[in-house]
Every structure is written in C-alpha cells, then in structure tokens.
Design a protein around this ligand. Sequence first.
Ligand code: ADP
Length: 629
Amino acid sequence: MKCLPATKPDLIVKPRLIRQLFLPPLILLLTLGLGYVGFLVSEHNSIRALSENGERQLELHARAVESEITKYTYLPSLLELEDSVSTLLNDPDGEHRQAVNDYLEGLNRRSRSRAIYVLDTTGRVQATSNWRDADSFLGEDLSFRGYFQAAIRGQPGRFYGIGSTTGEPGYFLAHGLEEHGKLIGVAVIKVRLEALEERWQKARLEAFVSDENGIIILSSDPARRLKSVRPLTPEIKERLARSLQYYWWPLNELEPLARQRLADGVELLTFATHTDKPGKDINVTYLSQSRRLADTPWRFTLLTSMQELRHEAIVQGVLVAVAFALLAFLLIAWNERRKVLATRLAAREALEQANSHLERRIAERTQDLRASNERLKGQIRERRQAEETLRKAQDELVQAGKLAAIGQMSTSIAHELNQPLAALRTLSGNTVRFLERGALDTASTNLSTMNELIDRMGRITASLRSFARRGDDKGQASLGKALDGALQVLASRIEASHLSVQRTCAELQLAIDQTRLEQILVNLIGNALDATAGASEPTLWLDGRMEGERYALRVRDNGHGIDVETRKHLFEPFFTTKPGDHGLGLGLTLSASLAAAAGGNLAVEHPADGGTTFILSLPLAAASPSESP
Ligand code: ADP
C-alpha cells in the first residue's frame, strides 16, 4: 500500500484571503480619513480666503466708523469762537443764555447731532440745544461725567455712555473752552451712532464696536449691545457704576459657546443664535476679526459666519471621499482585470506550449511510425523473399529427396527389372524351342507369363515416373490410391522382408497433392521396412481415423524403435543412423515439411511395447466423402 505524506494543518493564511478580509475596512477607513482631511484642508483654505476677504471688509467698515466718529471732533472746539458762549460762561447770570441756547439749537440742527451743550467749570450745564425739551440738560450738574473731567484736565473728552437725563445712549465729545489761556468752561456734543448699526443691518453685516472697557457699544445685533467681550474686574465695575457711564445697565458678559484664537485679533467664536422657531437655537460659528479704531480706544469687530464655509468644507470632504472611493474601486477593478488578463495570457501560453509540444511529439511519433512502417515493410519484403527462398529450397529438397530415393531404389529397381528380364530371356528362348517342337500350349503359356512380366515392369517404371514428378501445394489425393502406389513402389522390399501389412483406413480424399502423399508414405513405410529388418515377425499397421478436423493416419511398426538421443534429431535434415548409402537423412524432414505445406503435420510416438508410430495428420479435401471403415 502506498503511504501518503501526512499533510500539515493549513496554518498559513493565503495572501488573497488577507486582502479580501482587510481591504474593505482599510478602504473604508482611508475613505473616511481622506474625507476628513479634505474637510480640514477645505476649511483651512476657506478660512484663509475668508479672513483675507474679512481683512478688507474690516478695513472698509472700520474706516466708515472712524469717519463717522471723527466727523464731529472739531465741533465742540468751534464754540470757542462764539463770543456769546464765552460771555455766558464769564457771566452765567447775565441775559445771554437764551441767545446761546438758540445758537446751540441751530448748530445742532445743522450738524444733525443729538445735543450740543455748554458747561461751566463746575460741570453745570449753562446752555443747551435741547432747552425746549422737557428732559433738557439745562442746569444739570454733569461734573461726574468722564468726558467733563477729561476736558477740564485739558484732554479731549471721548465718552460713550447712556445719558443720565434721557437714558439714551450716545457718543459724547467734550472740549475745554479757553479764553486768554484760561479755561472758562466745557463744550459737549452728543452724537447718536445708531445710523451705523442700521447701515450694518441693511448690509447684513455682523459687526460690533467695543470700548476701552470691552463693552459693546454698537452692534448690528441688538442682543449683544452693552455686553462685555471680556470679563470685567471689580474695580472697573465700580468705576463704571460711579460714573454712571452705562447708567444702571447690568453689563453682562458676552459668552461665546466656543472660542478659538487663530491669530492676533482673529479668532473663531461660536454663538447660540435665535431662530424664528421658538426653542430652536442653532450654534453658529463666526470668524471674528477686529482692529483698533483710530483716535479712540475702541475696537471694531467684524463677524463672518462660517455656516456656508462649513457646508462647503463638508461637501468638499464628501467629494474627496467619494473620489477616493471611486479611485479605489477603479484601481481594484483594473487590478482584477489585469489579473484575469494575466491568467488568460498564461493559460494561452501554456496551451500554445502544450500544443507545440504535442505537435512536436506527434511529428516525432509520426516519423518513428513511418520509420517502423518502413522497417516492417522491409521485414515483410525480407520475409516474403525468405519464404520464396524457403519454398524454392523446399522444392529443391523434395526434388533432391526424390532423386536420392531414386538413387537408393535404383539398385533394387535394377534388381526388380533384371529378374523379369532374365525370366523373359529364358522364357522367350524356351518359347522359340517349344514353337519349333510344336508345343503350342506350352509356348502360349510362356507368352502369357511374359506378358505379365512386361506389365509388372511397366508398373514399376510408371510408379518411378510419377514419383520423380514435381508436386504441387494444392490439389487433393485419394488415400487408398496413395497407399496402393507406395506399397507398389516398395513391393519387392516388402516381399523380400516378409513384412505383414495390416491396413484399416478409410477411402477418402485428403487436401494434398497425390504425388506428395505417396512420397510421404513411401518414406514412412520405407523407414518401417528398415526398422523391422531384424524382427522375427515384421508387421506394419496402417490405421486411419478422424481426429477433430483432420484425418490422422498412424503408420506403426514393431521394429527396433528409436533411442532417446536419436529422438532429439529426428526431423533435422541429413540426420540418419543408417550406414553408407542406405540413408540420406532427408525422408522425415521432407515428409514433415510437405505435410505442413498442406496444412497438416507429422508427429511421432514411441509405444511402450516397442516399435515406432508416425502420425500423419492432414485436412480433408473440400468435397471428401465421410469416413467409412
Ligand atoms: P534415412 O531414412 O535416410 O535415414 P529419414 O529422415 O527417413 O532418413 O530417417 C532418419 C532416421 O530416423 C533414420 O536414420 C532412423 O534412424 C530413424 N527412423 C526413421 N523411421 C524409423 C522407424 N520407423 N523406426 C526406427 N527408426 C526410424
């Protein structure tokens, strides 16, 4: 039994399996990662573009605010030129107040400011443009106001606050009025800057202005107004409360949900923004850019919504992810196709190789076959030639055998013919004498005896002639006639040796030439005669019977038999045990080859009780009558 090698458990995971297991999650991860990177890059670029654009917007709108503020800076100082004002301040109890009130009212109307008023050095309002109004400042003590205190110190008073009388916010600009180098009072102009806010709202601009305390004084979104952009210290809170700059306003802190500083004056702020739907606030992130406004300690801040930018970045991220996924899909498809093509190519090459190999082998085999065919043809030719040569040799042998037999027989034939000839001579001489004597009966008897003798001599020569004739492979023979002929040829020897012939065989036709059959029988019977030469009762049995398809004639004698050594060479040509000219050693060889040529054979048996039996088997002739004992 063949032992198969023990197979190891398949621990090695095939690379293809690894690819199939890990590739999809890897591609998914890469898709998500690249999508996120795309989102970040897009956001970063958009923020940069946005901040560049915001820079310009910031500059534009900051300048607009600056020009709005500086528009009024010269106005308080103009009052120094007005004599009625200085007169009033030098003499507050005089009758110049109304004139100054009227003047200020007219000036206020032309300059489109909120109010213009004049304070004496103690901070009391001596004249005002709103003298007609119920909430007129006239007579009020505003010495606690920062702008007054700054102006009295000779500094420009800049102040944004809520009016203590009207409760209305406004921008206050104060200027110390001098006469001959001496401070005689303070001129103040109150301006409302709401126009800026309205302009921003109309332009859908999100912006605010914060003062030196970080409190938003102007805002496009009213909700952010008066909120601090940074935490207020307790000292500042106290100072503001004392100066009532923002009246009693709570000044809450503007608290963004998230704050991320990007650069100096640039940060990302996220606010919860109210929507129209109640309770549905949304978080909006703004890019906040701010810059200081010239001539004031204030800062202008521009807010640019990042809502659209975020959407765009998300879309870009998704696009990147989709593009990568598509690319990965195309690459995988291309790779699979490449593999299929490579496999097909390899298969085709293998097929072509196998084909060419096969063709080569077929050509080689064809050549081999052709060569062996040629060899076979040659062998067949040689075999035919050999057969031809053999047949010729056979014929020659037969003929030689016949001639040899004739030579052998010539002595006995001469003897056979001499005897009747001598008898004929004697008889003819006697007959002549009997005729001379007139003994006609005796002469007639002698003559008939002579006739018989002549007939006998004729038969002897006829059998010799037929024996010497060349035979044929085909034809048919009568067994009875052949036996008669053979016994006739050998009659004198049979007679001389007193051989008893026991003949039990059928009268039938065998498929062999008549002469050849006779020749075989002459050989076999001749050998039997030789073998039984010294026997006390020499006997020859000719016993025929059907054996299968053939007819077997047993030629048996009770002679000396054949010794073991001789048996080995019996059918060899020119093998003989007979001395001198007696034997040629061709008889059995010829007989066997003649029998074989007729489709039969010649065999030998050695009976236990002595003697020898030759068995001649021959096929029946086509129209042979059935055996009759
Ligand atoms: P030949 O008769 O010329 O010797 P054969 O071929 O006829 O040649 O016989 C060969 C030999 O076979 C003979 O010499 C003889 O020794 C032996 N032989 C043939 N027939 C007989 C027989 N019937 N009995 C004994 N020996 C035989």
